[in-house]
Design a protein. Structure first.
Length: 567
């Protein structure tokens, strides 16, 4: 049976399992939501694209931000977050984050996460990162915070015996005749309990699929970050917001002009501990450009690096932390030290070449304060979601905290009332979305990097838009005598997801004629609060139309009375 929306071209599900909640993704957001839902007595299934610990969370180096230190307050954390968000944060969402955040971190510690202790042995060590006026970043293993959080949550999931489906790419949302969520279809990639395309039937689906960094040539994101959750939501008719705000981390190890795929991140915490950004002549170019110099919000530092590079006709700058000495590098930043040395650079004795690379999507599937999307029964949290917390630019180390806080809120909302009983699960009706050939992935990345990267203009965005249109037009609905449609498979599904996400991102970047946060328009270098202090909203209308509008509100009311929160 079929319903509204559009689906990927894929075989019909050959197997199905039933659950109350299916969580798609195994980072901090997904596993936290799964643990809380299971603790409330819901039959919970975790679906993840690789192994449980292979998501983006494990790559997080710097830490998790929360007002845990003496003299720090949620109000100060709120102020720093609002400044970084450049006028587009939803204040209610930020207030929720910073007030519920400290206890969420404490619950994470109770779950088993071990953060680095303070030197005096009292409490945990806290450091600073860009945009923070207080030391409020908790870290683990020096620069391996994400790996420690992932370890603790994975162990908790396994200890509770939660059902998990690893090596599984989620395909499309299932709904019933009333348009209510009824589960997902997925493809298990040759490993695990099931093989091939199947389904998990459930009245609540939580998207926690992470980011979409692989839409660009160079990114800090792992290879699995192909925007699958955003693409699924778009095909299901959900609203997506603020995708044009892609944060380019300013300090990523520069590996040359032809480097592609995941690049080594040089954590903001290195600058937080006193490293300096310098040009080829050793001059600290961020001093005087912002009161926080190298610790300015990430968009400002990225712009500073790009401007200096343009002035000097080079592709990168340097991060100088030679004054740390070998002992500090080995104890505080062992992961970064090993990554640099593996590429022939020793930060103990030489500056590190750095350049911005795609890092974090501040936009995503539009949610309210309970993680609910515009599709009944579909939730989103973590990087795949747009909660209103980040605005136009994410404050450093707020991402892990956002995943924790809003995952807990989703679990609370799911448990606030009896789960509905959806009707017969249906795939979207009509012809499926034709698939791109796998090699198109690299063409999409080059198109997006060239025209919608750190530096954007009307001309560059228009070139990318036209190139994406031409790419989409080459895809036949079915095989013809001259052109063969791509066969269903992981690589073709990923490429097709990337194209849809790229089109949505370009729609926002094309329309927003201003510079704000991490959206930098060279032809509109100023921020425009009269016209553009509002949010972009993109929806997908089958078979091929991406619709764009703007709204003054970051959140929206629930779309069905039964999803209203309890008073």
């Amino acid at each position: 049976m079929t319903g509204p929306g559009i689906r990927l071209k894929a075989p019909a599900p050959g197997w199905a399992i039933d659950a109350d909640v299916v969580v798609v993704g195994s980072g901090v957001a997904g596993l936290t939501a799964a643990l809380r839902c299971a603790a409330a007595g819901h039959r919970t299934v975790v679906v993840t694209k690789a192994r449980l610990d292979d998501g983006s969370t494990r790559w997080a180096q710097g830490g998790i931000a929360a007002a845990l230190g003496e003299g720090d307050t949620p109000e100060q954390h709120l102020d720093d977050t609002l400044v970084a968000g450049a006028g587009l944060c939803d204040e209610a969402a930020v207030r929720t984050l910073v007030t519920e955040g400290p206890d969420a971190v404490r619950r994470l510690i109770e779950t088993g996460a071990r953060f680095d202790p303070a030197e005096d042995g009292e409490g945990i060590a806290l450091t600073r990162e860009g945009g923070h006026h207080r030391s409020r970043i908790a870290h683990a293993g020096g620069d391996a915070t994400g790996a420690e959080i992932s370890r603790a949550l994975v162990e908790a999931v396994r200890a509770q015996g939660l059902r998990t489906i690893e090596n599984a790419l989620v395909l499309d949302l299932l709904t019933d005749a009333e348009g209510r969520t009824a589960g997902v279809t997925l493809h298990v990639m040759g490993e695990g309990q099931h093989d091939g395309v199947g389904a998990v039937h459930a009245p609540a689906v939580v998207l926690a699929t992470g980011g979409m960094g692989q839409v660009f040539s160079a990114t800090t994101n792992p290879s699995v970050s192909t925007g699958d959750g955003v693409a699924l939501a778009l095909r299901a008719g959900a609203e997506v917001s603020d995708l044009e705000f892609v944060q380019f981390h300013p300090t990523v190890l520069y590996l040359g002009p032809d480097a592609e795929g995941q690049q080594p991140l040089i954590s903001e915490a290195v600058r937080g501990e006193g490293a300096h950004l310098v040009d080829g002549d050793g001059v600290r170019f961020m001093a005087g450009r912002h009161e926080l110099a190298e610790l300015a919000p990430r968009d400002i530092v990225a712009k500073g690096i790009m401007r200096r590079a343009q002035e000097q006709g080079t592709a990168h700058m340097y991060l100088d932390a030679r004054h740390f000495g070998a002992r500090m590098w080995e104890q505080r930043f062992p992961t970064i030290l090993a990554a640099c040395r593996s590429h022939g650079i020793d930060p103990v004795t030489e500056p590190i070449p750095v350049a911005p690379a795609a890092h974090y999507a501040s936009g995503g599937v539009r949610t309210d304060l309970h993680g609910r999307t515009t599709v009944p029964g579909l939730y989103a949290c973590g990087e795949v979601a747009c909660t209103g917390v980040h605005g136009a630019n994410r404050l450093a180390s707020n991402s892990l905290l956002e995943g924790l806080v809003f995952a807990e809120r989703i679990a609370a909302d799911i448990g606030a009332r009896p789960l509905p009983r959806p009707g017969e699960p249906r795939l979207p009706e009509g012809p499926p979305m034709p698939l791109l050939a796998p090699e198109a992935r690299y063409e999409i990345q080059r198109i997006m990097t060239a025209g919608v990267g750190v530096l954007r203009s009307a001309a560059s965005i228009a070139e990318s838009y036209q190139a994406l249109v031409r790419l989409a037009s080459r895809v036949p609905a079915e095989s013809t005598g001259e052109v063969k449609a791509a066969e269903p498979g992981v690589e073709a599904w990923e490429a097709t997801n990337l194209l849809l996400v790229a089109r949505a991102l370009v729609a926002g970047a094309r329309a927003r004629e201003e510079t704000r946060g991490c959206h930098w328009r060279e032809d509109h270098p100023d921020r425009d609060d009269v016209v553009w202090q509002r949010h972009s909203v993109v929806t997908f209308r089958p078979p091929h139309t991406v619709e764009f509008r703007v709204t003054d509100s970051a959140a929206f009311p629930a779309v069905h009375p039964e999803t209203e929160p309890n008073p």
